[in-house]
Design a protein around this ligand. Structure first.
Ligand SMILES: *Cc1c(COP(=O)(O)O)cnc(C)c1O
Length: 227
């Protein structure tokens, strides 16, 4: 077994363990392997170990890899900050975008999504830590943005995404994840049809799953520390 296959196995075990421990259905949580800065050979090793969903944060780096891996049927998630001059490449080459936090970006992605591709799956990034430096829409503005995104025909609003401030204490991790969950529940309560809660990274995936994550984004625990 390669180290990557072994690490993937461990991450799958952590996910399954958290699903069981916190009363989640088995298989309720999808794993996106975050391959930013990781070479294509390592991605191929993960694919051989059964992984097909990958997350990238830097557009140029991602496009190079996507082109080198077109022989494989992979699902690509863009998880980085979105600059408006990069929306066309994102709309053309990705299946999901997790960091939408303003209408202008959503409109550009909508207008630039190629007609031959399925609507682009979108999560709205929510600023759950309330720090001015972090990207993401404020909780108070989430619902109006979500309604506007849901109305765009070439996008499919799937849910919300959050990046809690780094925190090692489990209960504090959980509290941050609970804020994102509450925000998602308000959208559901408001009649928006969403199915995705994108939260949980290598250091807090158990807390995220405890609070209802349906998709975790894991890099370091699979590919090792980024250099
Ligand atoms: C890098 C990154 C991850 C993965 O973080 P790890 O701690 O390496 O698991 C998840 N989500 C986003 C948005 C990232 O930028």
């Amino acid at each position: 077994m390669t180290p990557i296959a072994h690490h993937l196995d461990e991450v799958r075990r952590r996910i399954a363990g958290a699903e069981a421990r916190f009363g989640r259905a088995r298989g309720a949580v999808q794993l996106v392997a975050v391959s930013k800065t990781v070479p294509v050979d390592a991605i191929r090793a993960a694919v051989r170990a059964g992984q097909a969903r990958f997350g990238e944060s830097y557009v140029q780096e991602a496009l190079t890899k996507i082109r080198q891996l077109t022989d494989l049927a992979l699902e690509w998630h863009f998880i980085g900050p979105i600059q408006s001059n990069k929306t066309r490449e994102i709309a053309e080459h990705f299946d999901w975008v997790h960091g939408v936090d303003r209408l202008k970006i959503a409109q550009r992605l909508n207008d630039q999504r190629p007609v031959e591709r399925a609507p682009l799956n979108v999560c709205i990034q929510v600023n759950i830590s309330g720090e001015a430096s972090k990207s993401g829409v404020a909780v108070a503005e989430l619902e109006s943005l979500a309604r506007e995104v849901a109305a765009l025909p070439r996008l499919k609003l799937r849910g919300v995404m959050g990046i809690p401030a780094p925190e090692t204490d489990f209960e504090r991790q959980r509290a941050a994840c609970a804020r994102l969950r509450a925000a998602a529940e308000r959208l559901c309560g408001g009649g928006l049809d969403i199915d995705t809660l994108s939260m949980g990274m290598s250091g807090d995936l158990e807390a995220a799953i405890a609070e209802g994550a349906t998709l975790v984004r894991i890099g370091t625990a699979i590919f090792g520390a980024r250099v």
